[in-house]
Design a protein around this ligand. Structure first.
Ligand code: PEP
Ligand code: MN
Length: 338
């Protein structure tokens, strides 16, 4: 930790801080500049937050951590790209993945027809919400356990792997018996108890970005999962809240590049929640690929206008198939070396 002393502080007051650093069990190394004095506190990094109490001293400007707070998710701890193996489907490190399916599982007919359509177009993972986090309690809340059963049926029929959201700690065990990847939704991105329970399951986890979550907070959310023994984590950028209302959210493609820079874990982009408009999904997919995303999570519905949730942002089968085709040159371009 670095302790920055306020300008015009007397030597006696600086010595008071040095003495406090020593009292806390750290080795103080002051650096006296012409304008600024800083004290490096050397010692046990696992307890260095205790030095933050020095902020209470009037002569202290600020106490700063020199190391990043996220460690296990950081490239410093794992310089290469992590590859997540979802029962044979590899994600990351040059393995691009297409996850697609309806926002919500609505019926057997709806889910199975979608599963076949997205598989034919190139998807290897089927998405579908069984437990839905809806803003209003009067909106469709998902089929729950029946939705999970239908997802298992779709897996049996098509061989697609399954990703579905876990809304609550109470559902982790049940969802794990049907899902290959646990989706942690934007509204639960900082539900740390849920993150820990999902981590303990050992299943691969897709961690959405919170509605108004800063990038370092998102990285720390993933750090919870890794710190609890599960390194099979993917980030999912799904747009953030901004002043703009033309789009439902603002898809933050800079965050994709930033997280890829900071972390070895794969980053997936969800253009559907990301812009909330079916007519923009295709362009967002191209942008995501160009930005280095390791995969896409796209909402696809047989009849978007009749969907029980997020109808405005779901693409139909034909749209999905042509979108995937149009993406090919973009995928090839990012794999090419100059
Ligand atoms: C979804 O994927 O349908 C969903 C609810 O996503 P988010 O948590 O990103 O809003
Ligand atoms: Mn949705």
């Amino acid at each position: 930790m670095i302790i920055v002393i306020k300008p015009h502080t007397s030597r006696a007051q600086i010595d008071e801080v040095i003495a406090e650093v020593q009292k806390l069990g750290y080795d103080p190394r002051p650096i006296f500049g012409t304008e600024l004095t800083v004290i490096a506190a050397i010692g046990d990094e696992t307890t260095h937050h205790r030095l933050e109490s020095l902020n209470a001293m009037p002569q202290v400007e600020k106490v700063m951590a020199v190391q990043k707070r996220f460690k296990l998710v950081s490239r410093e701890s794992h310089p290469g790209n992590s590859i997540i193996d979802v029962d044979g489907v590899k994600i990351g490190g040059g393995n691009f993945v297409l996850m697609a399916g309806p926002c919500s599982v609505e019926s057997e007919e709806q889910l199975l027809s979608t599963a076949h359509a997205v598989k034919a177009a190139g998807a290897t993972i089927l998405r579908g919400g069984a437990f839905k986090p809806r803003t209003s309690p009067y909106e469709f809340q998902g089929l729950g356990s029946e939705g999970l059963r239908l997802l298992s049926l779709a897996k049996k029929e098509t061989g697609l792997k399954i990703i579905t959201e876990v809304l609550s700690e109470r559902h982790v065990e049940e969802v794990c018996t049907h899902a290959d990847i646990l989706q942690i939704g934007a509204r639960n991105a900082q539900n740390f108890q849920l993150l820990i329970e999902c981590a303990k399951s050992g299943k691969p986890i897709l961690l959405k970005r919170g509605l108004s979550q800063k990038i370092d907070e998102w990285l720390l959310g993933a750090e919870y999962i890794l710190a609890h023994g599960n390194a099979n984590v993917m980030f999912c950028e799904r747009g953030i809240r901004t002043f703009e209302t033309y789009t439902r959210n603002t898809l933050d493609l800079a965050a994709v590049a930033a997280v890829k820079k900071e972390s070895h874990l794969p980053v997936i982009v969800d253009p559907s929640q990301g812009c909330g408009r079916a007519d923009l999904v295709r362009a967002m997919c191209k942008g995501a690929v160009a930005m280095g995303a390791d995969g896409l999570l796209i909402e696809v519905h047989p009849h978007p206008a009749e969907a029980l949730s997020d109808g405005q942002q779901q693409v139909d089968f034909a749209d999905f198939a042509s979108l995937v085709k149009e993406l090919q040159p973009f995928l090839q371009a990012v794999r090419q070396t100059v």
